[in-house]
Design a protein around this ligand. Sequence first.
Ligand code: ADP
Ligand code: MG
Length: 441
Amino acid sequence: MFFDSIGLKKELADAIRAKGFTEPTPIQEKAIPLLLMGEDVIAQSKTGSGKTLAFGVPLMDVLGEEKHVQALVLAPVRELAMQVAQELRTLRPSMASRVAEVYGGVDLEPQGRACAHAAVVVGTPGRVLDLLNRKLLNLSHVRFVGLDEADKMFEMGFVEDLDAIMAHTPREKQTALFSATISIEVENLASKEMHHPQIVRLSSDDDSISNIKQYYVSVDWRDQLKALCFMLDKEKPTLAMIFTKTRIAADKLSRRLSSAGFEAEGIHGDLTQAQRTRIMGEFKAGKLRVLVATNVAARGLDIPEVTHVINYSLPEDHRAYTHRIGRTGRAEREGKAITIITSLHDQKELESMARRTGFELVRYPAEESEIAAYNVRGRAPEERGHETPRPHGRFGGHGRPTHSGRTTHGGRPPSHGGGRSGGFGRGPPRHGSTGQRPFRR
Ligand code: ADP
Ligand code: MG
């Protein structure tokens, strides 16, 4: 049985058995052994998944007889602090009187007295900081810090309090951070306070987007296209879907991508069914690797080979976000979703959308300067003037659809800008020596 096989102190193992818990919940099964080994852990799982014990068991297991405070747990609200403290007490009955709970709204002095002989302090950040500032609490010997519902603490504006509290703890300590989501703030705290944290996530079968890695990249709005081309070049997707807000934007972007040398076409509600079918067919067959789409056009598409979804512009809400990124990571495959953001406002919006997915959103591993310095090969037609031959039928490059409802750039012209022969992936490879079709011409 799990709880008997992981080498817990006898009192603790007995207490868990007395609760009638025989099997761990999935998050406990993953997090407890890591924490027992001394690793820092960031764990993400939904409410009701048994997080309290996931950090509570290893925390109570490290406690010794020492007189100072050995472990600290921070929780966003009073009720939660009380609940966690109560649960911890049941795990080590002999230590029950040394679990102190501290929170605002009541007298500080009695809590200060409880802290004086506590081995574990469970509290809300504001009150913990008050006690520290009044020298009623000493965290200089703390070995274990548990952060429960970290995302909520950040949402409630406890960022600075958390920083200040952590500054009172030793550098050498173990940290377990539990959160329903892994936000930017969580990441920041982790990078400041934790030592190579292990990230534990529930790979829930019911959640179809658990295998999609979610990234964002933040750039100046003028570098949006650059960022996209940079990503495509760097990621070399098998198939990529790029999302724009409007069909006009989709058309314009696919044209600009074509000019930059990427084989791209736009798909949206203005196309005839025959056109859509042809484009989708080429995309599915891998003859076309980049599809620029609007939400509507992408509804229900199930193309397992889509390795990347890129949000060129932010979706309108979390449903649209989930729907968009769900175009990748199909059939258990790994997928990547990258969202390009150009303002702090975008970032906040995106974080809140991603939070709803319950899975982490992380910064794309590239510097903004690296992207800014990236050179988009070729330029969008509207910036380029007329030095290159244009495919027949192309007009001024303002994104107006033709009579048939789609722009002409993606027809079957003999060449795209620069006089290059044939579209990427259609003609013979230009750098064919490897036999591998290059992602980009
Ligand atoms: P979370 O913090 O993830 O919302 P809790 O730690 O509050 O979840 O646990 C939710 C409920 O599940 C509690 O009633 C708890 O006692 C119970 N529980 C926790 N671990 C187990 C387990 N291994 N087996 C059975 N029930 C458990
Ligand atoms: Mg909880």
